[in-house]
Design a protein around this ligand. Sequence first.
Ligand code: ZN
Length: 472
Amino acid sequence: MTKESSKAPPLYPKTHLLAASGIAALLSLALLVFPSSDVEAKKTTLSLELESPAEQLTQDQDAADVAQATNEPVTSPFAQIEDSAEEAQETAQTKPAPVVEEKKAPNHREVIVAKGDTLSTLFEKVGLPATSVHEVLASDKQAKQFSQLKHGQKLEFELNPEGQLINLHSKVSDLESITLTKNDKGYAFNRITAKPTVRSAYVHGVINSSLSQSAARAGLSHSLTMDMASVFGYDVDFAQDIRQGDEFDVIYEQKVVNGKAVGNGPILSARFTNRGKTYTAVRYTNKQGNSSYYTADGNSMRKAFIRTPVDFARISSKFSMGRKHPILNKIRAHKGVDYAAPRGTPIKAAGDGKVLLAGRRGGYGNTVIIQHGNTYRTLYGHMQGFAKGVQTGSSVKQGQVIGYIGTTGLSTGPHLHYEFQVNGVHVDPLGQKVAMADPISKAERARFLAQSQPLMARMDQEKSTQLASNKR
Ligand SMILES: [Zn+2]
């Protein structure tokens, strides 16, 4: 409705309000008897509707916007990943800590910090007097970092033949160690930070229980598993589409110090086979320095959405996160875009996806909600009716007609109310945030292929080597 954004809303007579709240109640009743599994979510919508039907009516064409119907919580596929990662961490931390280890050199001592240890008790264990603890701590401001001891930390002592401390060394992390070295004045403190080298690592896994468990077993870290799910998030619905036998290959950057992996960088390339269909991804940084993932042949992983789901329509109300209502003096959001068009005008799916709902939904009237991969969701409200074959659970292709313009639900004229969500957050479908990445430009295509082809070839090679060695 064009009036909506600029003018004060019409004042509805009381009888109209009553009738409208009656309609809302009836719709809600209908929702309650739906034999559907997401009745819970609909109940939330219901309570929102009944709270203030009058306010909804004064809002705009779609009073239904108050109850953002696509807001229901979805069980996250990552909940499991989270759990198992924590478990892994716990087990890693509970390794036993031996007390004192004598080393080959008689003037070298090593102590591992145990519960209750202080710098004094550790000095005592290697036979150093209490005075030398004070001497050490007083020698340099930073020396007190040696008293911030962690359970399991190793302290290495070098003593001179007289039994005096000449060097104290400890690794604080995989990348950092601290030392104190005796000099004329006392002890000099030093911090050594190792610079990791970066190499690429390969991992291959087959899913037989959950993605998180299979990825962990294959040796893929929690955060890389999350990254992989996000890279393929458009094509694969990791919440619902994962099947036993799905498999993945990943080449990623690994940070190494002294031959030990201390951290990971980004995924460089990956392949995911979901129910027999294989998707590829290659990370590419263009000449402007922007990194993004592309398919092996250079198409963007994020496929373009149709920007306008209705042809020959005009925008009658834009997206707004909130504006002060001139009469109600309240902040109100319109989390979608309205397209006014004659009754019966076809409405098209903005992208490939799965129909989560094709049915009535409160004030939205006849509504279609489409899930696009893991990340995106679109909603189409107030439809006159649904196109043939479009029903809850069916799949739709981009551009496929899903229904027709109408004015069902709480609507005052024929229009489409269209919402777009990214990871559960409403975004303006007309805004830049939804602008999808373009394929590799012609000018960079050769450079891209020079990077992607060796990565793909390496995944092929590593996978066959791994499979061969597993068979032995
Ligand atoms: Zn609207």
